[in-house]
Design a protein around this ligand. Sequence first.
Ligand SMILES: Cc1cc2nc3c(=O)[nH]c(=O)nc-3n(C[C@H](O)[C@H](O)[C@H](O)COP(=O)(O)O)c2cc1C
Length: 190
Amino acid sequence: MEKKKVMIVLGSPRKKGNSSILAKQVAAGAKAGGALVETFYLHDMNIRPCTACDACRKKTKIDCVLDDDMQKLYPKLRSADAIVVASPIYWFTVSAQTKLFMDRWYALGSDEGYELAGKKFGIVLTYADADPFISGAVNALRTFQDALNFIGAKIVGMVYGSAWKAGEIRRNKELMAAALELGKKLAAEA
Ligand SMILES: Cc1cc2nc3c(=O)[nH]c(=O)nc-3n(C[C@H](O)[C@H](O)[C@H](O)COP(=O)(O)O)c2cc1C
């Protein structure tokens, strides 16, 4: 049987930051579940903002006229069985890196729907304030719920928790275990 493909996207500039650490746990769980995992670090990639030119809706051979690193990510998004988006909370929602990436999903849509329909998603969020309402994590959670519902994708699990300095999230053993479990679940359900 062909291995399931899990694509992990890191939306924090901190490679060893809290959301990246949790994402690594998800990756370990997915690998333990027999999946193939590929991780992308958005901060090092050239991803421009959507210009709303709507050329993507004319369904030419290319997904998007912007010739940047999304051209590498579109085929990965298409072929992935499961997609994990890991982001810190910046100003009460996802990081700018994450939002730029998400806006460009627009190119995978048409009158018939979105090519991401049916994909399984895992969401990872970290934030400083202990309260997910005060931190703004709820805004990001709602964004994923609404966006993925809109495109017809399924959220398999959301792992989110509070930490400030890079690495602090490791102390939250329960959350680290939940991230590992999410990876296993994604490998099993994808
Ligand atoms: C520019 C910036 C904005 C932030 N905004 C928030 C915020 O709105 N709410 C919050 O709880 N934490 C906020 N934080 C704290 C980070 O979310 C927190 O440190 C998180 O653990 C970072 O995750 P990372 O290590 O994966 O980058 C902010 C941090 C930075 C650098």
